[in-house]
Write a protein that binds this ligand. Structure first.
Ligand code: HMH
Length: 234
């Protein structure tokens, strides 16, 4: 691709349905998330590797908390089909993303024992406990809306950087991270999640509840933006 990647043209699923409506209705916050300086540093390879290592460790711990929220989505599902869908996301996370993450950390010379020992950052605590709060006190729709920015945002970042002519490919230490989130395994997981959000939105009355849902979504987007700051040295 010789031109920049644009969600509306290149991956319309991100911009239609309930997920697309939520994304569009918090555009300033969404742009602060997906166009963060961290993302620029990954694209041109200038982000400090020390900082990136710290981010990877925090992200591993985050994904474990996200998996717990997914498990609550199994519990809150309204029937066997919904349970299977939530199990699909949970096992995608545990079997695909988390094990990729451990292998990937090893490439970055972070041992599994270091992952287990690391202390949770304030950004991670704030974000994951917010999701878990919505998971416990809200219904399935509140939960899926709160979980959505995580899925959609990294897919958008991955797809855009993977396609952008300005991304440095040769000798960029972050190219494999870009390929992971811009790749088809992750894309498929996200598409499944977006479709599920639409189905649950329809059965749980998303239109009538929209202002509350937008607030939950926007808070999660702001917490995603704050999470990039876990990429710091020391
Ligand atoms: C903080 C965060 N958000 C989203 C993703 C994508 O799964 C991730 N790995 N980490």
């Amino acid at each position: 691709m010789t031109r920049e990647w644009i969600a509306e043209q290149d991956w319309p699923l991100l911009t239609t349905g309930l997920a697309g409506r939520l994304r569009r209705d918090c555009m300033p916050q969404w742009m602060a998330f997906v166009r963060h300086p961290f993302v620029d540093g990954v694209a041109d390879g200038t982000l400090s590797t020390d900082a990136f290592r710290n981010f990877l460790i925090q992200d591993y711990l985050y994904l474990i908390q996200y998996a717990r929220a997914c498990a609550l989505a199994v519990y809150k599902a309204d029937g066997i089909t919904g349970m299977r869908a939530a199990v699909g996301l949970l096992s995608g996370l545990l079997e695909t993303e988390l094990s990729l993450h451990v292998g990937y950390c090893r490439e970055w010379e972070i041992e599994e024992s270091a992952l287990e020992k690391a202390e949770e950052s304030l950004e991670l605590l704030a974000y994951s406990r917010f999701i878990l709060d919505r998971a416990q006190t809200g219904d399935l729709l509140d939960l899926l809306v709160t979980m959505a920015p995580c899925l959609i945002g990294y897919a958008e970042v991955g797809a855009r950087l993977h396609a952008s002519p300005r991304t440095r490919r040769e000798g960029n230490p972050y190219w494999s991270w870009i390929s992971l989130y811009g790749g088809s395994d992750y894309t498929a997981l996200v598409e499944e999640g977006i479709r599920r959000l639409d189905e649950v939105g329809a059965t749980c009355g998303a239109d009538a509840r929209y202002p509350t849902l937008l607030r939950e979504f926007t808070t999660a987007v702001r917490l995603e933006t704050a999470f990039w700051a876990t990429a710091r040295s020391g």
